[in-house]
Design a protein around this ligand. Structure first.
Ligand SMILES: Cc1cc2nc3c(=O)[nH]c(=O)nc-3n(C[C@H](O)[C@H](O)[C@H](O)COP(=O)(O)OP(=O)(O)OC[C@H]3O[C@@H](n4cnc5c(N)ncnc54)[C@H](O)[C@@H]3O)c2cc1C
Length: 383
């Protein structure tokens, strides 16, 4: 049986970007993806401008711009009483844009394939076995960090078997890899998200709308000339009221199909273990309100590929793992406080609406927060 250098479970943005960068580095790379692409995904479909440098290094920036998309000019925060704060988004080539995940994710996975990663779609990973692991590592980060020495054996739902020296969990917030390795934190099933593409209301404009509602919040963004991405986030008892609000507000019928996902929050999984990496949502789930998950996914994919190729080339594995964990922490630094603030706000939409009106969430602060998230200086050359 062929032994791959790296097997990546999940072909979403994290898995595909990791696969593409690993293949670029000359590694024998395998991607195992449960779905058959193109497929939609619960997401606001907004690409944070921080994504551009990574997409550029993947050779995809222009190909993303060539997909049907909307360029987003502003973000509009709407309080429960209807009061609005509008903040401009960056303009020009590196602007924020929205593109359907069926198109974006398919492009990324195709890129991995073009670069000679071996991609298996419709393949669900169900069992894992490491020839000499797990090994609890002594030191500061035990028991979170574990060592898995030797090769990984990976089994799928149809009984196929694969082998690899390194395993990557890029299989989303309910990661099977983390669960099979006993690393998946208990999910906080406190909230649920619904998402649909609906006909674009006339004169909607090129704005992202983030709307606080008594039952939760809604995100809206045009994704092309004819469709609006509509997301609703609430709790199990309130989500049907949110859906009825959306049916009235956007004049959609009650048989509108919705995609759904949970949890919206859970504790992170440590991203670096011996021969085992976690990327994107599998490592850390962030509040969707700030629309940054895809950036964290593709950037962590790139960072992991650098770490994996160094270890496969025989560089000091522990030092490489520490460096990877540091780089991941750096990626979130300066951004997580905004995300936490957003989370606090969306958990109490009434208080957030009052703050939006009178207090700390006034337009100046909202502008600063938006700049922090969407207006980061772009360095195309930083690997
Ligand atoms: C309501 C909502 C709105 C959001 N809006 C935005 C936004 O506007 N902008 C933004 O940047 N982020 C947004 N996000 C976050 C974003 O969707 C995620 O952060 C992003 O999808 C993470 O990418 P990923 O590759 O880590 O995981 P995923 O995109 O979840 O991909 C994981 C892949 O793994 C596959 N998989 C799972 N289990 C297995 C298995 N056992 N075997 C094989 N394959 C498997 C799945 O089929 C999937 O294709 C939003 C999230 C939510 C919930």
């Amino acid at each position: 049986m062929e032994i791959f250098d790296v097997a990546i479970v999940g072909g979403g943005p994290a898995g595909s970007s990791c696969a593409a960068f690993c293949a670029l580095a000359g590694l024998r790379t395998l991607v195992l993806e449960r779905e058959k692409f193109p497929r939609e995904k619960v997401c606001g479909d907004c690409l944070n401008p921080s994504c551009w440098p990574v997409l550029q290094r993947l050779g995809l920036a222009q190909r993303v711009r060539d997909l049907p998309h909307s360029k987003l000019a502003s973000v509009e925060f709407i309080a429960i009483d209807g009061r609005k704060v509008v903040v401009d988004l960056p303009t020009g080539e590196w602007c924020e844009l929205s593109v359907k995940r069926s198109l974006f994710d398919d492009l990324l996975l195709r890129r991995a394939r073009e670069l000679r990663a071996h991609v298996r779609e419709g393949t669900t990973v169900t069992a894992l076995n490491c020839s000499h692991g797990p090994v609890a590592r002594p030191g500061r980060d035990a028991p979170q960090r574990r060592g898995y020495r030797g090769d990984w054996r990976i089994e799928t739902a149809t009984g196929e078997r694969f082998s690899a020296r390194t395993l990557v969990g890029a299989d989303g917030r309910n990661s099977t890899v983390a669960r099979l390795c006993n690393l998946l934190p208990r999910p906080a099933r406190e909230r649920v998200a619904l998402q649909a593409h609906i006909p674009l209301p006339r004169n909607f404009g090129r704005r992202v709308v983030l709307q606080f509602l008594p039952e939760g919040y809604s995100g809206q963004a045009p994704v092309n000339e004819t469709e609006l991405n509509l997301c609703l986030v609430g709790t199990p008892p309130t989500i049907s009221r949110l859906r009825r609000w959306a049916e009235r507000y956007f004049e959609i019928t009650s048989d509108q199909p919705w995609r759904t996902i949970t949890p919206l929050t859970r504790s992170p999984v440590s991203c670096a273990h011996e021969n085992l990496f976690f990327l994107g949502d599998a490592a850390r789930v962030v509040e969707p309100f700030t629309g940054e998950g895809i950036y964290y996914a593709i950037r962590s994919g790139e960072l992991a590929a650098i770490a994996i190729s160094r270890t496969i080339r025989g560089e000091d594995q522990q030092a490489t793992l520490r460096e990877f964990a540091r780089a991941c922490a750096e990626m979130y630094r300066g951004r997580l406080w905004v995300n936490r603030l957003a989370r606090a706000a969306v958990l109490s939409p009434r208080i957030a609406s009052l703050l939006l009106r009178f207090g700390p969430l006034n337009p100046a602060i909202m502008r600063l927060m938006t700049k922090k998230i969407a207006g980061r200086a772009i360095d195309l050359n930083r690997p």
